[in-house]
Design a protein around this ligand. Structure first.
Ligand code: FMN
Length: 205
């Protein structure tokens, strides 16, 4: 049975355009194959806490050496890792926030990028262990970054492709929902374009 992990990060609930397009994409992808399950990790509603001294100590220690608080932190991080590793397809949604991703998504990444679990160090350098997954990134933004003069100001896509690739996820497709600040007509067109793109991507998945 195939499985989709949908990771949304906007705190804006039903107003979020990255979450809406990503949810539509997850629905379209799951409708393609009978029995596909969708696990939704909603970081906007249930944010992953920022790294603290307990979590950073916990993930470096052997289970037997952890305090009860560290064991709880490691279990939580392990659960996030297990969700990611179980997925064949990952759909990640974020707004462009001050030229990067929502901080809730960054906290999720800080918990799932784990040495020995999603990547490991070898004599020849690090290798990713979260391989064989198709990843879709839905990026909503006020401005336009997929082309034109602001392209270099988009730090979200280079960052995500780097860190996902580091974990072994190299097959990454980006769906832009952009130009949302350029008035209602432009926003409507941006959403329609993104929805059309998600339908096309689902057809070829
Ligand atoms: C705090 C904040 C920072 C933002 N920074 C940017 C930015 O750097 N560039 C941009 O084009 N849009 C920016 N925006 C607009 C968001 O990217 C846009 O509202 C997007 O739809 C948010 O995603 P969401 O709808 O999924 O919440 C920002 C919005 C907020 C609230």
């Amino acid at each position: 049975m195939s499985s989709i992990l949908l990771v949304t990060s906007s705190p804006r609930g039903d107003e979020s355009l990255s979450s809406k397009v990503a949810q539509d994409l997850a629905n379209a992808l799951s409708a393609r194959t009978n029995g596909t399950s969708v696990v939704h990790r909603d970081l906007g509603a249930n944010p992953v806490p920022h790294l603290d001294s307990v979590t950073t100590a916990a993930i470096r220690k052997a289970p037997a050496d952890r305090t009860p608080a560290e064991a709880a932190a490691a279990d939580y991080s392990d659960k996030l890792v297990a969700e990611l590793m179980a997925a064949d397809t990952v759909v990640i949604a974020t707004g462009l926030i001050n030229f990067n991703i929502y901080s809730t998504l960054k906290s999720w990444i800080d918990n799932v990028a784990r040495a020995g679990q999603t990547f490991r160090y070898t004599e020849n350098g690090p290798i990713g262990l979260a391989t064989g997954k198709k990843v879709y990134v839905v990026l909503a933004s006020g401005g336009v970054y997929s082309q034109g003069p602001a392209t270099g100001m988009n730090h979200a896509v280079p960052y995500l492709t780097t860190v996902l690739g580091f974990m072994g996820m190299t097959d990454v497709e980006v769906i832009y929902v952009e130009g949302l600040a350029f008035g209602p007509d432009a926003a409507e067109k941006a959403i329609a374009n993104a929805q059309q793109r998600t339908q096309q991507l689902a057809l070829v998945a």
